[in-house]
Write a protein of this length. Structure first.
Length: 155
């Protein structure tokens, strides 16, 4: 059975502001482990081909390489990066174990605002699109807002 690792999909090249596509196999054991880790007791996750929890798509972040990121030659300073917001949009039912998805991250918007404690906050909104590997139909989108502070965040 396939595992839920995300790997670069070599057949597609990346564009400016887009990371290279990656494969995500939705695997039964990983769906159950994720559901258990988030504390759910829903029996749907014990089915032979369980549906994935709504936030399951975030597991792809553990397996991506720098080539999958949309930053190109200008990555943010991760020491100063804050997680601002996350949104999951499904264009049908959530993926199930056995599904093979192709994901790709792109930068949607960039803007700056003055910080309340001084300095500038640089916002980057990203969208990760997940498509069915066979039909290419859009299955889900994960929208994230990242904030890069102008001063190192306090530890």
């Amino acid at each position: 059975m396939a595992d839920s690792t995300a790997k670069p999909a070599a057949q597609v090249q990346s564009d400016e502001g887009r990371g290279k596509p990656f494969d995500l196999w939705v695997e039964t054991g990983k769906v159950r482990e994720f559901a258990w880790a988030t504390g759910t007791k829903d029996p749907a996750y014990a089915e032979p081909q369980p549906v994935s929890p709504p936030t399951y798509l975030m597991v792809a972040n553990f397996w991506q390489t720098p080539a999958n990121a949309p930053w190109g030659d200008s990555p943010p300073d991760f020491r100063r990066l804050l997680h601002g917001e996350q949104e999951f949009l499904f264009h049908g039912p959530p993926p199930r174990a056995g599904d093979h998805l192709i994901g790709q991250v792109r930068i949607d918007k960039r803007y700056s605002k003055p910080g309340k404690r001084g300095g500038l906050m640089n916002f980057t909104e990203t969208v990760t699109e997940y498509r069915d590997a066979d039909s290419k139909k859009l299955v889900a989108e994960v929208r994230a807002t990242l904030i890069e502070t102008s001063k190192a965040a306090a530890a």
